[in-house]
Every structure is written in C-alpha cells, then in structure tokens.
Ligand binder design. Structure first.
Ligand code: SF4
Ligand code: SF4
Length: 104
C-alpha cells in the first residue's frame, strides 16, 4: 500500500498549530563543526515553479527544515543548509522538484 498524500487544510487542521510545531518543536538548521551543511551536497533540489501547486508537503517533510513555505505560496530552499537528501523531490505529489547535480 502506497503513501496517500493529503493537502494541508489550515482551516480544518489549524495552521497556527503547524507554525507552532515548526517554530518550537522542529530543529532549525545551523552550522556543524565543519561549517554550513549545504557543502555536503552532491545533488540539489530545484523547484519547478510552473508545476508547483503550493501544497507545502515538501516543507512538511524536509528533515533539515530548510524549506520555507509561505502559506499557500511558493516554497523556497535555503541552500546554505539543504543536504540534498532528495526527500522533498520524492514526496512532492506533482513532481515539481527535480534533483540536479550541484553546479549545474
Ligand atoms: S533535498 Fe533534503 S534537505 Fe534539501 S530541501 Fe529537500 S528535503 Fe530538505
Ligand atoms: S514543490 Fe511540490 S510538495 Fe512543494 S509545495 Fe510545490 S507542489 Fe507541493
């Protein structure tokens, strides 16, 4: 059985609660002993703005909290700390994130 993605409905689920979770419970990106973690990356995610439906699922799943998502807006990626794990590309329901070789 595959994963079923459900769009976030802040009216039903409470966007304020999600924001509190994001602010208070999730770890925030910060430099490691070897500097900013974005330097570890081999591949980097690129958001295809024409395909993005602004659902926020990539923001929800990014383990590094390096995706900013203004509610119902276009997400953006903090490349200083994105490690290039590709989770955002895998969970995007409309394949609006592609992983490209660093430097391309
Ligand atoms: S590649 Fe990984 S770390 Fe980078 S934005 Fe996507 S989920 Fe976050
Ligand atoms: S990139 Fe994909 S997962 Fe992220 S907001 Fe856009 S459609 Fe949703």
């Amino acid at each position: 059985m595959g994963i079923v993605y459900k769009p976030i409905d802040p009216e039903k689920e409470g966007i304020e609660d999600l924001e509190i979770l994001s602010e208070k419970l999730l770890s925030k990106p910060s430099p490691g002993s070897a500097g900013k973690t974005g330097t570890w990356r081999l591949y980097k995610p690129r958001i295809l703005v024409d395909k993005c439906i602004k659902c926020g699922i990539c923001w929800l799943y990014c383990p590094e909290d390096t995706i900013a998502w203004p509610y119902r807006g276009l997400p953006s990626i903090n490349y200083d700390y994105c490690k290039g794990c590709g989770i955002c590309a895998n969970v995007c329901p409309v394949n609006a994130i592609e992983m490209i070789l660093e430097g391309e």
